[in-house]
Design a binder for this molecule. Structure first.
Ligand code: FMN
Length: 337
């Protein structure tokens, strides 16, 4: 089983990725939070992509756009920076993104989606994967969207089986993932564009193989993963976001790699992120804001953390913050794995 860390804007930048890599590992691929396809990269994005800041990490840049020409230009620039694989974001539900018909906003218009993908896969000379939701408003949209995906040599199709309107509420629709799983097992038509650029072969090949489907959504522990694999035995890869932030050792647990001194590792994981944020952000306010996002998930690693977390979330100074962090690490039981 391969495990990918989900891209999370504002959270899984290089500081957090390095903390995972240094203290827990077992993550097979990391994805950058979405990068808007624009004329040039901002300093922040260049820092996030810098190989020196990602040593040893298999990193895939994620682009968000609705214009294939723009994506192709960005792919060229990313290749110049040494990247050999790109991911497209077709899932972001945020209002500002969908209002520009990007992210999950593009799923509202299947014809535009088809044109967008055609323009990219016709010319892209590196593997391009897609991360998607299953529709915008209604589950009925998924079969048509899926058929469009199946026309292209998508290197990996990462499915978060929720609609845009659901954001992160309710449960993932496993029946929608099932449809993709079944279709990938039966699809035999040639893809709309050949996979030649990606594989070095001129042969027309079927769109997506079952092994290239990646499941994403609400995997909180290894039991969730086992249940998923029982139902979808050919799914060899899962992408995990909040579950890994809540239990940074989750990839080890899933792969049955014992973790010694878990409490110490969690502490060093936290400290690496905190120190990294202190170096990166100018004011304490920014540091706390980002650390609170970390704790909103990491708090689940401890039993009965609510009271201390509440206090930590209100802390106004570095010394106050450290007192609550010490109390959490020194007094609370770890939650079961
Ligand atoms: C705060 C936040 C930021 C996110 N940013 C991105 C992003 O930049 N790109 C993306 O494809 N998905 C993004 N996502 C979605 C996650 O990658 C993932 O699909 C989602 O959290 C569901 O997976 P999980 O249940 O394992 O967390 C974000 C989610 C959250 C909660």
């Amino acid at each position: 089983m391969q495990i990918y860390l989900a891209p999370m804007e504002g959270i899984t930048g290089y500081i957090v990725r390095n903390a995972f890599f240094h203290h827990f590992g077992q993550i097979d691929k990391y994805f950058t939070p979405f990068i808007p396809a624009a004329k040039r990269f901002s300093r922040k994005i260049l820092r996030d992509l810098d190989p020196a800041n990602n040593a040893g990490i298999r990193l895939v840049p994620q682009l968000i756009s609705n214009r294939s020409e723009e994506v192709l230009i960005m792919i060229g620039k990313l290749k110049d920076l040494g990247f050999g694989e790109i991911n497209l974001n077709l899932g972001c539900p945020s209002g500002t993104v969908i209002s520009k018909s990007r992210g999950s906003g593009l799923l509202r218009d299947p014809q535009a989606l088809d044109r967008f993908l055609y323009g990219i896969y016709e010319k892209a000379d590196v593997p391009v994967s897609v991360k998607t939701r299953i529709g915008f408003d209604s589950l009925e949209e998924w079969p048509e969207i899926l058929e469009i995906f199946l026309k292209y040599p998508i290197s990996e199709l990462i499915i978060h089986p929720r609609l845009r309107r659901e954001m992160y509420t309710g449960y993932p629709h496993l029946e929608a993932y099932q449809l993709a799983y079944d279709r990938c097992n039966t699809v035999a038509e040639p893809s709309a564009v050949s996979r030649n650029q990606n594989s070095g072969s001129d042969q027309k090949t079927p769109g997506i193989s079952p092994a290239s489907l990646v499941y994403n959504g609400d995997l909180w522990d290894s039991a969730c993963c086992r249940t998923l694999l029982k139902r979808f035995p050919e799914t060899g890869t899962v992408m995990i976001g909040r579950g890994l932030l809540a239990r940074p050792d989750l990839a080890c647990t899933i792969k049955q790699i014992p973790v010694e001194d878990l409490r110490g590792k969690l502490r060093r994981f936290h400290d690496e992120i905190y120190d990294g944020y202190l170096e990166t952000f100018t004011g304490d306010k920014d540091v706390f804001m980002h650390m609170k996002e970390i704790w909103a998930n990491l708090g689940k690693s401890f039993h009965g953390s609510d009271r201390l977390l509440k206090k930590l979330m209100k802390s106004q100074s570095a010394s106050e913050y450290r007192i609550f962090v010490d109390q959490i690490f020194e007094t609370l039981e770890l939650s079961e794995r």
